[in-house]
Design a binder for this molecule. Structure first.
Ligand SMILES: Nc1ncnc2c1ncn2[C@@H]1O[C@H](COP(=O)(O)OP(=O)(O)OP(=O)(O)O)[C@@H](O)[C@H]1O
Ligand SMILES: [Mg+2]
Length: 261
């Protein structure tokens, strides 16, 4: 399976126009190595249509976080290119990219940095042309939606892990980005909050890219799935076909979603 991309099907569960929709995100021949020479991304080419919901799965160390951390310019391409809405990701275009793409990091501590939860959620809005009362209304609405309003005065470092996870999501949601990238969004969530997140994600019209080891969550929220292995895409196709293919999953050190076991 290495260096070979399996295209499983023509997305039978997706809207019929998914393959012909204009591509919002285009990744071309992207490669990336860390300073210690670990090659984390190895020649990835991928095009994602506007409004689609894509799951990125793969074993530990496959390169998922490194890939998605490129999508808002946290890492810049070393080789190859990424364009979003026709804008190439480069140092100079980062302000535009940050307006379009919200990235929820794998570790919520990387996202929350003020001394008060409320301020973390309001932070991004303060650079926009908004009145203080409309900022307040939006922050309150977002915090209430995620059951965090009562916690608004707490320092984020004093939140529980699951609360931090939702708080990190809130910092992105409040900005209403066109593209939402989530890295392990269900880690630490209890079953009820996990279900709540599924419903919330499915209600968002944004283009969504989700990295997760929770393949049931990917089943519930994504139309399409890419499997990563050793820095490249080893399979790409309809979520239900990829996630029910035991042999393919096992070849990539993954297991069937729990609902299929
Ligand atoms: N800062 C770093 N310096 C050097 N190597 C790194 C660094 N961060 C990640 N790597 C390496 O890059 C590879 C890909 O890591 P990455 O975090 O993207 O994997 P992942 O698929 O997100 O894994 P996980 O499922 O465990 O989150 C791994 O081999 C990892 O050891
Ligand atoms: Mg990761």
């Amino acid at each position: 399976m290495d260096n070979y991309r399996t295209v499983v099907s023509c997305f039978p569960d997706a809207p019929p126009d998914i393959l012909t929709l204009p591509k919002l995100i285009t990744i071309e021949r992207l490669s990336f190595a860390y300073p210690d020479k670990t090659k984390a991304i190895d020649n990835i080419t991928l095009a994602l249509p506007r409004g689609s919901s894509i799951g990125i799965v793969g074993a530990n160390g496959a390169g998922k976080s490194t890939l998605v951390n490129h999508l808002n310019g946290y890492y810049l391409p070393q080789e190859g290119s990424i364009s979003i809405g026709g804008i190439m990701i480069k140092k100079k275009s980062l302000d535009q990219i940050h307006k379009m793409v919200g990235l929820v990091f794998q570790n919520p501590d990387d996202q929350l940095f003020t001394a008060r939860l409320y301020d973390d959620i309001a932070f991004g809005l303060e650079n926009l042309d908004m009145t203080p009362s409309s900022i307040h209304n939006l922050v309150e609405k977002t915090l209430r939606e995620l059951n965090l309003w009562e916690l608004r005065d707490k320092p984020p470092s004093h939140l529980s892990q699951g609360e931090k996870r939702f708080a990190a999501f809130a910092t992105i949601l409040v900005m209403k980005p066109e593209v939402i990238v989530m890295d392990e969004p269900t880690s630490d969530l209890d079953p009820k909050n996990r279900r709540k997140l599924i419903n919330l994600i499915n209600s968002l019209a944004a283009t969504k890219i989700t990295v997760s080891h929770d393949l049931d969550f990917i089943w519930d929220t994504c139309q399409r799935v890419c499997i990563m292995k050793k820095g490249h895409i080893s399979a790409d196709g309809s979520a239900k076909e990829i996630l029910s293919n035991k042999e393919l999953l096992e070849a990539n050190n993954l297991e069937l979603p729990l609902r299929l076991q």
